[in-house]
Design a protein around this ligand. Structure first.
Ligand SMILES: Nc1ncnc2c1ncn2[C@@H]1O[C@H](COP(=O)(O)OP(=O)(O)OP(=O)(O)O)[C@@H](O)[C@H]1O
Ligand SMILES: [Mg+2]
Length: 511
């Protein structure tokens, strides 16, 4: 192996190890990143991708092995060190300061100058870089006011402002709409054309195929394959990751449904700022039916889910579940009436990050048997049920006594879905349930949702992933600016037709 030939190689890792609590997250990893290259990192959930990225970005220090930057051996004590050397990372979970403006976030961590940087200069830089790289942001906006896609642009601009030569993007498209992803790919190509190198983590194989030059595949912390992207088809990549052939499950066509399980009539819900976000939505979901809700993020999906689950008071409208009016019910009453809910934000809303996996699995049922007897909790039930579910749902990386937040993203999601499916509910609301999941885990979660449908419950699938909606839904509604602007059985839906409705073009329906 040639170590760090400085004219073409940007970064090289040689025999890098990193273990957490005795489990090897990176195991003798060798990795080479060329200058001007877009390099995809692939692997199942928990394979060690984020760990590898975090080592490159100075967040973790390797237990063993060496790292070279443009041919010179380097060790980083912190992300600050790495950035000063030219390596920056956009994390899977962002690290912006919500109360500062875009421009102020630019100044953070800047050596020596700090907040004394001229505000005008920061505004100008943010605007100029945004324009140059196709990443428009308003420099005076505060972070909390921005959409996730905009926050990500700020993260990337921050790195460009610091003139990073290596940009590491850990699952950037998991939080983006298809349109935003396409725009990001253009930015990535531009950065590569300037001689910067980009590491791109994604579970979406067609994206990897579309944007990357080179692919490295990790399995159980080890590098198991490295190929030029042009030499591999998505199916080959899936096989390298999982070690077997995979075909993602789809629903079997069915036209007979049971009684109405969820009925929504004239629903109006406001957003955080008190503006109307859901404007008179009505629909039914029948037993054994999956109703998909398509839409570009921010068109009322969040408020629809909150309103249905009792997390937000309705301005008007009614919701009934299996014939019982639950319009005014609390969240607890929703759970007791048979509502299961897979939220978008797993760590913020779905799970208690500091609690163990076993406790999280019991979180919505601990006041019932087997977890409780009378007023007492039964410790052995938490343990036994936890063990069973961790095994049954293939939740990997769990270590006794440690908080769930240490699990990889995909395993967090499996735990969340497991808990909701275990509720044996009448209605399941699932928001982007396979976002961030590897193909194997996507298969698991899709099968769980299809099994819920076969069990005869009603499923409302709110997603921005059109492939997923088309594969699972019996019927699809399109949400645009808080209204249902289209509805069709799956057989009549195509990505193009949905895309147009999602962009706000109404269809002319001939009678
Ligand atoms: N800070 C940490 N403490 C303890 N264990 C960790 C930590 N970070 C990662 N791990 C463990 O190391 C392994 C690799 O995790 P990593 O986050 O690198 O996976 P990943 O490939 O990024 O997965 P995903 O696709 O789900 O994001 C997992 O078993 C994970 O639970
Ligand atoms: Mg990760």
């Amino acid at each position: 192996m040639t170590i760090g030939s400085p004219d073409t190689l940007a970064v090289e890792l040689v025999d890098v190890d990193k273990a957490f609590y005795g489990v090897k997250a990176n195991d003798r990893v060798n990795f080479q990143l060329a200058r001007g290259e877009i390099h995809a990192l692939l692997g199942e959930n928990g394979a060690g991708k984020s760990t590898l990225c975090s080592i490159l970005a100075g967040l973790y220090r390797p237990d063993a092995g060496e790292m070279f930057l443009e041919g010179r051996a380097v060790t980083f004590k912190s992300p600050k060190d790495a950035l000063a050397a030219g390596i920056g990372m956009v994390y899977q979970h962002f690290r912006l300061v919500p109360n500062l403006t875009v421009a102020e976030n630019f100044a953070l961590g800047y050596p020596d100058v700090g907040f004394r940087l001229e505000e005008k200069e920061l505004y100008r830089a943010a605007e100029e870089l945004g324009e140059r790289y196709g990443l428009p942001v308003d420099p005076s906006a505060r972070i909390w006011q921005l959409s996730v896609g905009e926050q990500q642009r700020v993260e990337i601009l921050k790195l460009l402002y610091r003139n990073a030569k290596v940009l590491i993007l850990d699952e950037p498209t998991a939080v983006l709409t298809p349109q935003e992803s396409t725009a990001l790919f253009a930015t990535m190509r531009q950065m590569a054309a300037e001689g910067r190198s980009v590491i791109f983590v994604s579970h979406k194989l067609h994206e990897v195929k579309e944007v990357s030059d080179q692919v490295t595949v990790l399995r159980d912390g080890k590098v198991v394959a490295g190929v030029a992207t042009k030499d591999a088809e998505p199916a080959d990549l899936a096989r390298m990751m999982v070690g077997r052939d995979l075909v993602l499950p789809t629903r079997d066509p069915q036209t007979e449904f049971g009684p109405i399980m969820l009925s929504v009539d004239g629903l109006r819900v406001q957003d955080d700022r008190g503006l109307e976000a859901v404007s008179g939505v009505s629909f039914d979901v029948r037993a054994g039916e999956i109703v998909g809700v398509a839409g570009v993020s921010g068109n009322g999906q969040r408020e629809l889910a909150y309103g249905l689950f009792g997390l937000r008071a309705l301005t008007s409208g009614t919701v009934t579940i299996d014939g019982v009016d639950i319009t005014e019910a609390s969240v607890l009453e929703h759970i007791e009436s048979g509502f299961a809910y897979i939220p978008q934000a797993r760590l913020e809303m779905g799970l208690a990050p500091g609690m163990t996996t076993e406790d999280n699995l019991a979180l919505k049922a601990f006041w019932h048997a087997p977890y409780s007897k009378g007023r007492r909790l039964v410790a052995s039930a938490f343990r036994d049920e936890g063990t069973r579910q961790i095994e049954q749902y293939d939740i990997r990386g769990v270590r006794p006594g440690l908080p769930i937040r240490l699990l990889s993203g995909g395993n967090l999601q499996k735990a969340l879905v497991a808990r909701e499916v275990e509720l044996k509910s009448k209605i399941l609301i699932a928001r982007s349930p396979t976002r961030g999941l590897d193909v194997g885990a996507t298969e698991v979660v899709r099968n769980l949702i299809l099994a819920e449908r076969s069990r005869g419950i009603g499923v409302l699938l709110i997603s921005e992933d059109l492939d997923e909606l088309l594969a699972l839904s019996d019927r699809i509604l399109v949400l645009y600016e808080g209204e249902v602007v289209g509805e069709m059985p799956c057989e009549e839906a195509t990505a193009e037709r949905l895309g147009l409705l999602m962009a706000g073009q109404r269809e002319i329906v001939s009678p």
